[in-house]
Design a protein around this ligand. Structure first.
Ligand code: EPU
Length: 363
């Protein structure tokens, strides 16, 4: 139904195909956003302008625990282009609705490597900065230049650099709500449910150097007898590694890692090693330690277990999956997923004294 000449509001929309967990839920109202003008039309609309909104990209980092009552803005802004070349980097811009993996493959094909370690991460370009996606030693922030967004409260268009996005491990300004009386600018001002990301620019280094060092990648290098892999080889290996240990959301609903890998002090790490010397951990540059959450969950016996139709993936305990069919009506509910997640948190806490933090956005 046309509510506005420039705006099509769909009512009572099934979301099963629009979230990668394939959770059954409905949106009371949904608008597809193909351009900044579409956002402006929503904001100018007397009915929808003032109403609460939720931004949806590829739905690959979201757990729906019920029907969405807010106006859902489904971002479908497309386009990929080279916008500048500096002495050091190619600056490539992509619309927020572009598929992330397609962007990685396209930049590589154009001769602008740098994103290959992040191949096959599900989701859209606009969602990538929200959680500062990363894999195999490269995070989005390492290749980020800037982004354009629109303030859903004021309609203001603005650009943020990396510092203003406040990137951290699987975290950014877009995951935090604004604090009352906050006058320190965007870095301190949380932009959760406030900013809609329109376009993202990446700085891809002209002098490319492979990022190696991850055990899975080192194994591929040894198998192939290659000491200096090309970007294309790295891309192919990362795709192979991910396909072998992570479920494809097109076949098995999931949102990738469900928990963050916890960071602990050297004392806490020593305490956990004393509880179980097999624990997998890495020393960080700042002297603290990162623990493999997948190992902690696995050690508590969760691999392969289920609550209703929500389960722990049998090849990677950090990934929760929907055991129902992707398009059927027998899938997991958000309630089942969250019950399973809470049970895992409780048992890891009781055994190791670590509270695992949930990584996707719970709606
Ligand atoms: N492990 C187990 N049992 C398990 C799962 C893992 O013992 O069931 C052990 C593995 O043997 C390994 C260690 O835990 O020694 C780490 O596992 P893995 O290499 O699979 O990486 P991860 O720490 O579980 C992180 C990211 C992934 C990213 C990979 C590669 C987070 C939350 N997850 O996983 O990102 O692809 O490293 O860089 O940081 C995502 O964020 O959605 C995601 C998939």
């Amino acid at each position: 139904m046309f509510d506005n000449a420039a705006m099509l509001v769909q009512k009572n929309v099934a979301l099963q195909a629009l979230n990668s967990f394939h959770i059954r839920a409905r949106a009371q109202a949904l608008v597809r956003i193909g351009s900044v003008a579409d956002v402006q039309a929503v904001l100018a609309d007397p009915q929808w302008g003032p109403s609460p909104k939720l931004v949806l990209g590829g739905g690959s980092n979201m757990v729906l625990t019920g029907d969405v009552k807010r106006l859902l803005l489904k971002v479908e802004i497309m386009g990929r282009r080279l916008v500048a070349a500096t002495d050091r980097a190619w600056i490539v811009e992509a619309g927020a609705g572009e598929n992330w993996h397609d962007l990685v493959a396209w930049t590589l094909a154009q001769g602008w490597p740098g994103l290959e370690n992040m191949a096959l991460i599900p989701g859209t370009v606009g969602a990538a900065p929200v959680q500062n996606i990363g894999a195999y030693g490269v995070e989005l922030q390492d290749r980020f230049d800037s982004l354009d967004a629109i303030d859903l409260h004021t309609g203001e268009l603005f650009t943020l650099n990396a510092a203003q996005c406040a990137f951290c491990y699987r975290d950014s300004v877009f995951k935090h709500s604004s604090q009352p009386n906050d006058d320190k600018g965007y870095r301190a001002l949380g932009l959760k449910d406030r900013a809609l990301i329109l376009r993202v620019r990446f700085a891809l280094p002209k002098v490319w150097k492979a990022v190696l060092g991850y055990a899975d990648i080192e194994k591929k290098m040894a198998e192939a007898g290659v000491a200096q892999p090309s970007a294309q080889q790295l891309f192919d290996w990362v795709c192979q590694i991910r396909r072998a240990k992570l479920p494809d959301p097109a076949q098995i609903g999931n949102v990738g890692s469900f928990f963050k890998n916890p960071t602990v002090t050297p004392e806490q790490c020593a305490d956990i090693i004393a509880r179980d010397p097999r624990v997998v951990y890495y020393r960080l540059d700042n002297g603290s330690f990162k623990l493999a959450a997948g190992w902690l969950i696995d050690a508590c016996g969760w691999r392969g277990k289920s609550v209703g139709q929500a389960g722990v993936y049998d090849k990677q305990a950090l990934v929760l999956v929907n055991r129902g069919s992707v398009d059927g009506s027998d899938g997991a509910t958000g309630g089942e997923v969250m019950t399973l997640a809470r049970a895992i948190q409780t048992s890891v806490y009781e055994r190791f004294g670590i509270l695992l933090e949930i990584e996707p956005v719970v709606v």
